[in-house]
Design a binder for this molecule. Structure first.
Ligand code: ZN
Length: 316
C-alpha cells in the first residue's frame, strides 16, 4: 500500500466520478481527484513507453530486459516489474488485480514466469492467483496474506481512488484479493538465476515483515518495493516496524555506490541510488525527534524532511 506526492504539474486528466473519501485528498470543487489531475507525472516523459495489451496498465522499458507495468488509474499508482533472463522471467509483484497483468506479461515475453512479491499487501499480489510459480518470503505475514482477503481490496475502489474508468467487465462488488499458492519459501540472500541474470533477495522488513528488495548486482539495479519510492512512504500500519525499517534502509543505503538505478514500486519506476543515503539521514532525523509532525488525517501525520515524506501514526 502506498503514497501520493504533490506535484504542481497539471496535465490532461481523465474524468472520474468522485465523492469525499478518507483515502486521498480531494478538491471538492471538481469531479476529478487532485491526484488524478496531476497525472501524468513529469518523469514519465523521459521513459520509453511500449504498447500494453490491457489499457488498465501502461508499460515502460526502464532498463534492458526490464519492464515497469504501471497502474495510473488507481491512486496507489502501483508498479510491477517484469525482469527478463535468458531462460525465464521474474514478475516482481502482480498489481491490484483490477486489470489482467497476465495478458500484459504474455505479450511481452514467452519465457516461463516466476512471481515474487516486494511484500504481500493487497496492491502488490492482486494477480498472483493467475500464476503457477510463486516464491514468497518465509514469514507468517506472507502465509496469512496468501489466504486472500476482500476488505483491503474493496477499500481500493472508493470513487476518489479511481482515475478514469475501471476495465469493462470488472466486477467491483466481488473484487477481492484471491488466495494464491506459494511454491518456494525464500530467505534473505537467496538467489534466483533467470539465465544471464541473477536476482538476489534482500530482506528489508519495516513497511511489512516480509518486505524485500531485489538486487541485480551485475546490472546495478535495486528493486526497492515500498521501502523506497517517490512520495509519502507509508509507515503507519500495525505490521510496520520502524526500528526494522531504519535498519533495512541502512542496509540498502550501503549498497548505493554499487548501484546504477533504483526501481520503486509506486508512482515513478526509476530513481537515483543517491536517494538512499539521503533517505537514511531523513528517517534517522524523524526517529531522533528532530522533525515536527504535521497532522493529516485519521490520527496520522506527515514528517517532511529533506525532500522525503513519511506517513506515520500521530505521536501520543
Ligand atoms: Zn505496502
Amino acid at each position: 500500500m502506498s503514497r501520493k506526492i504533490s506535484l504542481s504539474c497539471i496535465a490532461a486528466a481523465v474524468v472520474a466520478i468522485a465523492a469525499p473519501s478518507l483515502r486521498a485528498q480531494s478538491n471538492n470543487s471538481s469531479l476529478t481527484p487532485d491526484w488524478c489531475r496531476q497525472l501524468p507525472r513529469p518523469q514519465y516523459k523521459q521513459l520509453e513507453r511500449v504498447p500494453s495489451a490491457d489499457p488498465w496498465f501502461e508499460v515502460y522499458r526502464v532498463a534492458p530486459g526490464v519492464f515497469a507495468i504501471y497502474e495510473p488509474h488507481q491512486f496507489e499508482e502501483v508498479i510491477s516489474f517484469l525482469i527478463l533472463g535468458e531462460k525465464r522471467a521474474a514478475l516482481f509483484d502482480s498489481g491490484l488485480g483490477i486489470g489482467d497483468i497476465k495478458r500484459v506479461v504474455a505479450s511481452l515475453t514467452s519465457l516461463p514466469i516466476v512471481v515474487l512479491n516486494s511484500h504481500t499487501h493487497n496492491d502488490h499480489v492482486g494477480d498472483n492467483w493467475e500464476f503457477s510459480e510463486i516464491y514468497g518470503m518465509d514469514t507468517g505475514f506472507t502465509r496469512a496474506n496468501a489466504m486472500g482477503s476482500s476488505a483491503d481490496a474493496q477499500a481500493e475502489l472508493t470513487p476518489i481512488s479511481i482515475c478514469g474508468r475501471l476495465p469493462a467487465g470488472f466486477d467491483a462488488k466481488s473484487y477481492s484479493t484471491r488466495p494464491f499458492h506459494v511454491n518456494r519459501w525464500l530467505h534473505d540472500g537467496d538467489t534466483l538465476d533467470l539465465g544471464g541474470r541473477v536476482l538476489q533477495v534482500i530482506s528489508t522488513p519495516g513497511h511489512t515483515p516480509d518486505a524485500i528488495c531485489l538486487l541485480d548486482r551485475k546490472n546495478g539495479l535495486l528493486f526497492t518495493g515500498d521501502t523506497f519510492y517517490a512520495g509519502p512512504i507509508w509507515l503507519y500500519r500495525p505490521e510496520t516496524d520502524l526500528d526494522a525499517y531504519v535498519h533495512s534502509v541502512e542496509r540498502i543505503a550501503a549498497m548505493a555506490p554499487q548501484l546504477r538505478l533504483l526501481l520503486p514500486s509506486h508512482n515513478v519506476p526509476v530513481d537515483d541510488p543517491s536517494q538512499l543515503p539521503k533517505l537514511l539521514a531523513a528517517i534517522k532525523k524523524v526517529r531522533a525527534g528532530r522533525v515536527h509532525p504535521i497532522s493529516v488525517r485519521e490520527g496520522k501525520v506527515h514528517y517532511r524532511v529533506d525532500g522525503f515524506v513519511f506517513l506515520m501514526t500521530a505521536p501520543k
